[in-house]
Design a protein around this ligand. Structure first.
Ligand SMILES: Nc1ncnc2c1ncn2[C@@H]1O[C@H](COP(=O)(O)OP(=O)(O)O)[C@@H](O)[C@H]1O
Ligand SMILES: [Mg+2]
Length: 322
C-alpha cells in the first residue's frame, strides 16, 4: 500500500504539490489524472524517490520514502517498476538486452538459466517473442512501450508506476497497452498507479482515481463518481463535454445514469406515464471498465416542469435542472 499524507513540494519558490493526501491500495489500478502542469509527474517521482519532497509523508508498505537513507530508498525503488511516455529504451541494445538491463544494474546474473527464462517469459507476456533481437528503431511505439513494460517487470516489482505511458500512442494501440496493464494487475497481482491526462485511460482501467488540479487533490473516488456528475467546475472544464448549445426556451433537465439504474427505460416510461413529449437535446453514454454510464439532457416545457420533476423524484434517478 502507498500512503501519501499532506505532501508538499516546491521548485524554487513555486509550490507545485500543496498538501497531497491519497492512498493507493494493494492490487488496485489507481489513476492520477489532471491537466498538464497539475503536478502529476512530480507526485509520481516523489513516490518512487526520484524527487525529494519538502514535508508530509509517503509510506510504502510501512517504509517511509526518504532521501535520507539511500540504501533503503534503492530497495524501495527496486519494488517499483516505472514506464514513461518516451519509453526510455537504449537504442544500441536489442529487446532482450533492454529487458535484462535492470538485472545488470542490480548485479543479478543475466546468464543464469533462471534469469534467461524470466526475460524470455516477460518478452512473451508482452507479445514480442518475434522481436526478441530487434533494436528499438525497428519497433513501433506500441511495441517499444511493451519492451518498457517487460523491463519494468524484470525485478518482480510489487508496484508499476506509469507516467503518461500511452500519451504518445494512437487510440487502438493505447487500448492494447491498457489491456496488458490490466492483465499484469490481475494475473500478477501488481498494484498499478497511472498518471495521465487522458480520460480514456482512466475510464478503461482505473478502479479509483484522484483528480489533481494545480497541486491539490480536488476529488477522488471511482471514475464514474467523479466524471459523470462532476462536482467541481475545474473537472467540468477538464472534461470539456457540456454542451453550450442547449435550448434557451423551456427547461433543461439532466438525468444521470450512474450504474444501478442505467438499464431502466426512465425516459420512455416518463413519456408514456405523463403523456408528454420531450426532446433530448444532449446525451453521452460511455463505457467505464465493464459498465455503461452517462447522462442526457431533456428539454421540457415550463408547464410540464413540475410533473417531470415529480416523476424523476419517484424513480430515484439522479437528475438536476440546468
Ligand atoms: N525540475 C523542475 N524544476 C522546476 N519546475 C518544475 C520541475 N518539474 C516540474 N516543474 C513544474 O511543476 C509543475 C508541475 O509539473 P508536473 O509535475 O510535470 O505536472 P504534470 O505531470 O501534471 O503535467 C509545473 O508547473 C512544472 O513547470
Ligand atoms: Mg507529467
Amino acid at each position: 500500500m502507498i500512503e501519501i499524507s499532506n505532501v508538499r513540494k516546491s521548485f524554487q519558490d513555486v509550490e507545485v504539490l500543496k498538501g497531497i493526501s491519497l492512498e493507493i491500495k494493494d492490487h488496485e489500478i489507481y489513476g492520477i489524472v489532471g491537466q498538464s502542469g497539475a503536478g502529476k509527474s512530480t507526485l509520481l517521482r516523489c513516490i518512487n524517490g526520484l524527487e525529494p519532497y519538502d514535508s508530509g509523508k509517503i509510506v510504502v508498505d510501512g517504509t517511509l520514502v526518504s532521501s535520507q537513507d539511500k540504501a533503503q530508498l534503492r530497495n524501495l525503488q527496486k519494488r517499483m517498476g516505472m514506464i514513461f511516455q518516451s519509453f526510455n529504451l537504449l537504442e544500441r541494445l536489442d529487446v532482450y538486452e533492454n529487458v535484462a538491463l535492470p538485472m545488470k544494474f542490480w548485479g543479478i546474473s543475466t546468464k543464469s538459466e533462471e534469469s534467461k527464462k524470466k526475460i524470455r517469459e516477460l518478452i512473451g507476456l508482452v507479445g514480442l517473442e518475434e522481436k526478441m533481437h530487434a533494436k528499438p528503431r525497428e519497433l513501433s511505439g506500441g511495441q517499444k512501450q511493451r519492451v518498457a513494460i517487460a523491463r519494468a517487470l524484470v525485478l518482480d516489482p510489487q508496484f508499476l508506476l506509469c507516467d503518461e505511458a500511452t500519451s504518445a500512442l494512437d487510440p487502438e494501440i493505447t487500448k492494447g497497452i491498457l489491456s496488458l496493464l490490466q492483465r499484469i494487475n490481475r494475473e500478477m497481482g501488481i498494484t498499478v498507479a497511472i498518471v495521465t491526462h487522458q480520460m480514456e485511460v482512466v475510464k478503461q482501467i482505473c478502479g479509483r482515481v484522484a483528480f489533481l488540479h494545480n497541486g491539490s487533490v480536488l476529488a477522488q473516488g471511482r471514475p464514474e463518481e467523479l466524471f459523470i456528475r462532476p462536482a467541481h467546475p475545474e473537472i467540468k472544464a477538464f472534461l470539456r463535454d457540456s454542451s453550450e448549445l442547449l435550448p434557451t426556451e423551456g427547461v433543461n433537465i439532466q438525468i444521470f445514469f450512474l450504474g444501478e439504474d442505467s438499464g431502466e427505460p426512465v425516459v420512455t416510461q416518463m413519456a408514456r406515464e405523463l403523456g408528454r413529449d420531450f426532446s433530448i437535446c444532449w446525451a453521452k453514454l460511455e463505457d467505464f471498465r465493464d459498465n455503461v454510464y452517462g447522462s442526457l439532457v431533456l428539454n421540457v416545457e415550463e408547464a410540464d416542469k413540475e410533473a417531470v420533476c415529480n416523476f424523476l423524484e419517484s424513480k430515484k434517478v439522479a437528475w438536476e435542472v440546468l
